[in-house]
Design a protein around this ligand. Sequence first.
Ligand code: HAM
Length: 423
Amino acid sequence: MSFQAPKGTFDWLPPKSERILAVREALVAPARQAGYGYIETPTFEDTELFARGVGESTDIVSKEMYTFPDKAGRSLTLRPEGTAPVVRAVLQHGLHNGQLPVKLWYSGSQYRYERAQKGRYRHFWQVGAEALGAEDPALDAELIVLAAGGFAGLGLKKVTLLLNTLGDKVCRPVYRAALQEFLRGLDLDETTRQRIEINPLRVLDDKRPEVQAQLEGVPLVVDHLCAACKAYHEDVRALLSATGVAFTDDPRLVRGLDYYTRTTFEFVHGGLGSQSAVGGGGRYDGLSEMLGGPALPSVGWALGADRTFLAMEAEGLLEDAAASRVQVYGVALGDDARRRMFLLVDEVRRAGISADMSFGGKGLKGAMKGADRSGARFALILGERDLAAQAVQLKDLTTAEQTEVPLARVVDVLKGKCSDPHA
Ligand code: HAM
């Protein structure tokens, strides 16, 4: 029997694995450029952090967490998201006692026991950015602009931004009561009726046509906003319009985490089918207090790297992936030549040129195949006769042109050739 990666997980293998690294980096590049600092938190946390932070009534907490006792009996959970851990770390280290807002970015794997399908995994990768400790529409707008910039930087054209507001602790309870009253009058199954009492907003997100059909005329949060929330939302919208970031108002946009207040948003991609959200986020003014901290109004987002990769595939942005692992490839024939090549390749790498060589005692034909597959532009071929002459054959693999170069000079020659884009 051979092992398989667990259900809902997959491996990133070369050459695609190189591309996903670049995707993760590009998605957070605008946030880094805006001065957000890097934070790394553990992959597992106290279970209670997510129960309180993300919310007991969410699918994430009630159904999808990887929770386990450690050997001392503590209940730990593999992180299903990054925001509660970031707030935990900020409070633990007192970062909020310094300059506000605290601006942080992260990149890491998340774990949710979801129904696995294309684009929905049990182990997936998010990059995220959070700004903690300021209530300012410009901060919400900044984060949205930075996320949009991440997608744009990858060349993605079909990402749309959906925008909503959920109100605050003044107007949300009033809206919630109005929504519950409306929903209680509908013809719904028992589970959905229970959801009305626990998390009525989730019912808006129910994809079943028989439920959607009954939602005509459902009260919307935009019609119940208090004056402060309305003004705040208008400011965010105006700033986004002014920067030229296109958005669609989506008054029914519901997020799967309970901590949101006011601004919420999602980035969706047209080419991904049902798992279309490539990123999402919003304001979470009450989360710090829910975790035992002081009032710390905050806003942030997380972007799904795996789904962004699928979006790039859908837009044909990954096709020109010329797989070039290294620039130079060493081919040595005979034991003495192999030992010398080992040193030469090391020297080439130290000069800042990527290089690999043939291993496993292959003959000339097998070694040259390795050179071709590596995508290298140049092969260094060293036979016993070359070694005796203290020279090496430098072969340009694109033109098949071959020249003899003294061993002592080969690094310099390569430096010249590899730095000249027209070589
Ligand atoms: P989220 O909407 O749950 O938000 O996740 C953000 C993104 O992660 C999604 O839009 C999606 O691209 C990706 N994602 C989520 N679940 C999966 C999955 N099972 N497989 C593949 N990709 C997935 C959050 O996690 C919040 N912490 C975002 C946030 C930060 N809000 C404020 N600050």
